[in-house]
Design a protein around this ligand. Structure first.
Ligand code: SF4
Ligand code: SF4
Length: 262
């Protein structure tokens, strides 16, 4: 409506249209900052006026509140992210909000260099990359809260707390395959969404920690009779078995001193 009505608003914006604000993933916001955007504003339909039964705008709201805390955690000013609800007929409001947000972001200055920030660009990039990698983990752990419908704006600020987010990252889970228990059934490797498990027939499976997005699927799907995948909370992950020592020694062969490669 703002365009049709020839309303003026800041030209320093890049508009990305999505079908529903609920489609704006946490990862998209982090990626925008990683690509050098100084501010991100999410515009959604008014709460309770969603066109879909999913009420995606409530989801966008909780995601934005969580993202603000994550931004604080890595040293960014959370004011760089804003969410506003308005109807498509409110062109005036859109132009006003965009102008206001544009001025605020200009006042904050370049990303990472604003008041209270002072982060080296390289360090910021690596922190954003680390957070982006952890998005599946964050969504998994905060799944229930992210699905909440916050009806009272008074709840917004305290919905996710600083301590809660610090704890979330201090207890980041890692997954490790116990070489003594793995039976090379390959189930975990077939289900890993990012191919982070080194898999070969009759060989102990190994998780590549740099690729793992901590979704927990391997832990869920490893058959209980093997229970080879362990969750490690916050602590170091044991080193992987060297490639030449991964051959599975089956019980019968073990007694004969043979491996599956023999
Ligand atoms: S937790 Fe397991 S399934 Fe998920 S990405 Fe990591 S290795 Fe793959
Ligand atoms: S599912 Fe379990 S037993 Fe099967 S390969 Fe993976 S870790 Fe090993």
């Amino acid at each position: 409506m703002a365009g049709v009505s020839r309303l003026q608003y800041t030209t320093e914006t890049r508009l990305i249209r999505v079908m529903c604000s609920g489609r704006v993933d946490l990862e998209f916001v982090l990626r925008a900052f990683s690509n050098g955007m100084d501010g991100v504003i999410i515009g959604g339909c008014r709460l309770n006026e969603c066109n879909y039964i999913t009420h995606g705008n409530y989801h966008a709201l909780t995601m934005a509140l969580l993202c603000k805390r994550i931004m604080e955690h890595i040293g960014l000013n959370p004011e760089r992210l804003r969410i506003e609800f308005m109807s498509s007929a409110e062109g005036n409001r859109f132009a006003e909000v965009m102008g206001e947000f544009g001025s605020e972001v200009t006042k904050l200055g370049p990303l990472g260099k604003g008041k209270g920030e002072g982060i080296d660009p390289k360090e910021l990039k690596s922190k954003l990359a680390e957070m982006t990698k952890l998005v599946p983990y964050i969504k998994l752990v905060k799944d229930e809260k992210l699905a909440s419908r916050l009806t009272d704006p008074e709840e917004y600020d305290k919905f996710f707390t600083k301590d809660e987010i610090d704890k979330l990252f201090s207890e980041v889970l890692s997954y490790y395959i116990d070489p003594e228990k793995c039976q090379a059934c390959m189930t975990c490797a077939k289900r890993c969404p990012v191919e982070a498990i080194i898999s070969a027939k009759n060989q102990v499976h190994v998780i590549e920690q740099e690729k793992c997005i901590k979704c927990g699927t391997c832990f869920e799907v490893c058959p209980p009779k093997f229970a080879a995948v362990t969750k490690i909370s916050g602590g170091p992950v044991p080193p992987s078995l060297p490639e030449d020592k991964r051959a599975i020694v089956r019980k019968a062969k073990k007694e004969k001193g043979e491996t599956d490669r023999d």
